[in-house]
Design a binder for this molecule. Structure first.
Ligand code: PMP
Length: 360
């Protein structure tokens, strides 16, 4: 039973100590007399799992008291719809910054509800970079500005959030959530599917500013109204118990690593090593502009599609999993989420060097 080098884009690698803890507690959670898969979501045991996960996240990310933390279902994709249903009035306008396929999908859902303005897009440049501040055409009357902090498919990442003045800022942080510190106070709403850095698939974390809730109009289906989940503390209906339990363990693990500053430093080191390998020798070519490069998803090409196919085949035979680029763009993508060990990056860099020597 050998664990592979897991470069999957999500669901993705989890910390081994977390997996071991799950195994240890699988038959019987301490004091519960049964496994986490069998407990009631109304039990004291789950109550404390949920409360603890929320408190840990609040501490780790520095979520202020002005913001609620929710654990929802439906993935980040449901947030594409829930956000405009709650906050985009029919006669209103929302600004969307397009930096890749996921922001396009988010904007498409908002268009079904109200008017969407594209505040900036780098589509014409194959989404190879994040727009510069001076390129943003923001509407001061917009209901909110939506952006995607890390573009999983194109391998680009915002270095800091866009400046939106008084217009509420909303972020799809799915693929870099918990990879670095974040100033939560700047956001009206942040959402992230857990299945990259935060845990397994099945739970979506939403952080929402309390005073924004008053803008929600009545009449939404109960499950789609953020206020339902705030009022019931994510327990309106049966939540994804197991996924929340694992998120709690991941948060505990991240705290033990020294918090998000330490995690960010480790991520910078891993990505730095891989980008240095891409940039040396001229065989590999990074697809993102340098100052837009993602520390989470490193996308690169080889001199020809034929060589890429050979590279991916040999990589797979050598224990590197998840390296093919997204099916819509091709190429190679190495996802370096928090739990990916530096040893996996080092092994990949060695493999790339040998491959370039043989085929360069
Ligand atoms: N946004 C981003 C940035 C993503 O990377 C993904 C999934 N890879 C999604 C949204 C969609 O997430 P989900 O599958 O949880 O709906």
């Amino acid at each position: 039973m050998k664990r592979l080098h897991n470069f999957n884009a999500g669901p993705a690698v989890l910390p081994v100590p977390v997996l071991e803890r799950i195994r240890e507690e699988m038959l019987c959670l301490p004091e519960a007399g049964m496994s986490v898969l069998e407990i009631s979501h109304r039990s004291k045991t789950f109550e404390s799992i949920l409360t603890e996960a929320e408190h840990r996240l609040r501490r780790l990310l520095g979520v202020p008291d002005t913001h609620h933390i929710l654990f929802l279902q439906g993935g980040a994709s449901l947030q594409f719809s829930m956000l405009p249903l709650n906050f985009l009035p029919k006669s209103g306008v929302a600004d969307y910054i397009l930096t890749g396929s996921w922001s396009e999908k988010a904007a498409d859902e908002a268009r079904k509800v109200g008017t969407v303005k594209i505040a900036a897009t780098t589509r014409e440049e194959n989404y190879g970079r994040i727009p510069q501040p001076h390129e943003l055409q923001l509407d001061p009357q917009a209901a909110y500005v939506h952006f995607t902090s890390n573009n999983t498919i194109f391998g680009t990442q915002w270095q800091t959030e866009p400046e939106t003045g008084n217009v509420p800022l909303v972020c799809d942080a799915s693929s870099d959530f918990l990879s670095r510190p974040l100033d939560v106070s700047r956001y009206a709403l942040i959402y992230a599917g857990a299945q990259k850095n935060a845990g397994p698939a099945g739970v979506t974390i939403v952080i929402i500013r309390d005073d924004w809730l008053s803008r929600i109009a009545d009449g939404l289906p109960t499950m789609l109204d953020y206020r339902t989940h705030v009022t019931h503390r994510s327990l309106y209906n049966t939540p994804p118990v197991f996924a929340i339990y694992v998120v709690g363990l991941v948060l505990e693990y991240l705290e033990a690593q020294g918090g998000l500053a330490a995690v960010a430093a480790a991520n910078a080191e891993k990505a730095g090593k891989l980008y240095a390998a891409i940039d040396s020798g001229g065989f590999y070519r990074g697809t993102a502009e340098r100052n837009s490069r993602s520390l989470m998803n490193v996308c690169f090409r080889l001199p020809s599609p034929g060589l890429e196919a050979v590279f991916l085949k040999e990589a797979s035979a050598n224990g590197f999993e998840g390296l093919p680029g997204h099916r819509s763009v091709g190429g190679v993508r190495a996802s370096l989420y928090n739990a990916l060990p530096m040893a996996s990056v080092a092994a990949l860099v060695d493999f790339m060097r040998d491959f370039a020597r043989c085929h360069g």
